[in-house]
Design a protein around this ligand. Structure first.
Ligand SMILES: Cc1cc2nc3c(=O)[nH]c(=O)nc-3n(C[C@H](O)[C@H](O)[C@H](O)COP(=O)(O)OP(=O)(O)OC[C@H]3O[C@@H](n4cnc5c(N)ncnc54)[C@H](O)[C@@H]3O)c2cc1C
Length: 518
């Protein structure tokens, strides 16, 4: 058993930022970070566009950024949260730069500000088209300098420990005492007993086969919190990124950043028609939900598998300079953007809802905090404005830190039972896991995609029940493996998305159900 002051689950921008802040201010408090892959593997690492922050107060203003965020959120944002996050932005960015993150400068030496879909002004701070990679690099570098932080890569958090596991606790209030963790290299499961636990476990993209997210994005934190009976909300609001590189084999795919459309690229259908001006006066710069739904409509009308992003009219050397990674990736796929159009398709990208937290990152369970993409803060409402998520993680990591600066909460002295896997066997039938996973992803893609209907959602519920029962039976008899736990988590997440979709009777932001059209 490990005992610690803070258990942090996840090593993306949310988990690392919080850990650094605590360790810098309170070197006597211990932080243990568990992360299920390499320490840098995360959605954060793949963020391309950047961080939306108001820096140029001559043409831009907090009010404009607030307004853009509220428009994208389609009436469901918490306005006080929006204001708080946006006004905190510049301070949090400064801190990130202080820890060594480098961002591109313009010709006069000021931070270069990009423009993205849904933003009325240029305000996206970036590092070429690998902003997340640079942020992750800088944060990990700082983490390694702080001796009170222990980071455990290849360690998978299986479940939170709450009153449920501790029989003699009669407390009315639900408490979190840490988590059971699997050492993925040795197969050993041990207890991490923590005064405070932070879920910073990122997104859910892999629930849909076609996603811009890396394979770690299996919604573990949301599922763990749900099983522990924390409040989860707004799961119907899945943001689909309009333009991921189309590859025939499908699955995890490369993102062609919003910023490429901001740079002037056009969306065309197979016939070469530039269709976006017919859907929205902002054309290619309309918010993501509108662009995704428009592409979905074009594909449904034509039966095509993808549309195209046309960059052939753009300045090639400026493009290469802004988007070297995208340029190279296209070349690897034999796409020369000077003369070829890039085949693109929408893919699941971002979870707007998640674990409900207040402004201090507190969940509905005592001593359990959550930060980053796994949370529902009220910032995004029904749809996230591009590049507001890294910002949200930075601001909430700071707020949770601030809470702990004035509250040194301690866990009660209780005995936590060890993980019990008596009677379970090592699963030999990996094909069962693979098959159920494929079924789940097909179900989510076909019945719970960009455009939904009650009929499809109800059918999804029935099919999911079958998969759930098969996997639960398998889980009860098997020794824990990462892939089995991830599948179980994705089933929980799918259940939340489907059931919360069925509860929504009005289309908002990223949510579109044909039965809600009056
Ligand atoms: C391709 C792409 C481009 C993007 N571009 C932008 C952008 O330009 N601007 C922007 O603001 N946002 C962007 N986003 C979104 C943004 O990157 C994420 O929302 C943000 O980085 C999430 O940070 P996080 O710390 O919450 O989660 P992550 O960075 O995903 O980190 C989650 C961590 O938790 C770990 N983990 C998960 N489950 C477990 C478990 N069971 N046990 C142990 N560890 C676990 C993971 O391994 C990982 O380390 C982009 C996302 C993608 C995928």
């Amino acid at each position: 058993m490990i005992t610690t002051n803070y258990l942090v689950i996840g090593s993306g921008v949310a988990g690392l930022t919080f850990s650094i802040k605590i360790a810098e201010r309170f070197p006597n408090r211990n932080v243990v970070i568990v992360t299920k892959s390499d320490e840098d593997e995360s959605n954060t690492k793949y963020a391309q566009g950047g961080v939306a922050v108001v820096l140029d107060t001559e043409t831009d203003s907090f009010n404009k950024h607030i307004e853009d965020t509220l428009i994208a959120g389609d009436g469901l944002c918490d306005e006080s949260v929006v204001e708080m996050v946006i006004k905190e932005g510049p301070k949090r960015l400064e801190e990130l730069m202080f820890w060594g993150a480098n961002f591109d400068l313009d010709q006069s030496g000021n931070l270069d500000l990009g423009k993205e879909g849904g933003h009325s002004e240029s305000r996206v701070v970036h590092h070429k088209d690998i902003t997340g990679f640079e942020i992750e690099r800088a944060l990990l570098n700082r983490i390694h300098q702080l001796t009170s932080i222990t980071i455990l890569p290849n360690h998978f958090a299986i479940d939170l420990i709450t009153n449920h596991q501790i029989k003699h606790i009669k407390d009315e209030v639900l408490n979190c005492f840490g988590a059971y963790v699997l050492d993925q290299k040795t197969g050993r499961i041990f207890t991490v007993k923590a005064d405070n636990t932070l879920l910073a476990s990122g997104g859910i993209g892999c629930v849909y086969g076609h996603t811009t997210n890396p394979i770690i994005a299996t919604g573990d934190g949301v599922a763990m919190a749900y099983r522990a009976k924390a409040k989860i909300k707004d799961m119907e609001f899945i943001q689909f990124h309009p333009t991921s590189l189309y590859e025939e084999k499908g699955e995890s795919s490369f993102l062609i950043s919003e910023a490429v459309r901001g740079f002037g690229a056009y969306l065309r259908n197979k016939k070469g028609f530039r269709f976006m001006p017919d859907y929205d006066e902002r054309a290619e710069l309309a918010s993501r939900d509108i662009v995704s739904q428009s592409i979905d409509n074009e594909l449904k009308k034509s039966g095509d598998t993808h549309v195209f992003l046309d960059c052939t009219h753009l300045d090639l050397s400026a493009f290469k300079n802004h988007f070297p990674n995208i340029y190279e990736k296209c070349l690897e796929h034999h796409i020369d953007i000077e003369k070829d159009w890039i085949p693109v398709v929408p893919a699941s990208h971002y979870l707007c809802g998640g674990i409900v937290v207040d402004k201090e990152g507190k969940t509905s369970i005592s001593n359990l905090f959550a930060c980053g993409e796994c949370t529902r803060t009220g910032l995004h409402g029904a749809n996230r404005l591009a590049s507001n998520s890294l910002l949200e993680a930075l601001v909430y990591a700071h707020n949770i830190f601030k809470y702990h600066s004035t509250n040194n909460d301690k866990s009660p002295k209780i005995k936590i039972p060890d993980w019990n896997d008596i009677g379970t066997i090592i699963p030999q039938e990996h094909i069962l896991i693979q098959h159920n996973l494929k079924q789940l992803q097909a179900l989510m893609r076909d019945y719970v995609g960009i455009v939904r209907s009650n009929k499809r959602l109800k059918r999804a519920t029935k099919h999911l029940d079958l998969i759930y029962n098969e996997v639960e039976d398998f889980y009860k008899e098997s020794k824990i493996t990462t892939s089995l736990c991830e599948l179980r988590n994705m089933i929980n997440v799918a259940h939340l998305i489907i059931s919360q979709s069925l509860e929504r009777t009005e289309n908002k932001g990223g949510y579109y159900n044909i039965d809600n059209v009056k």
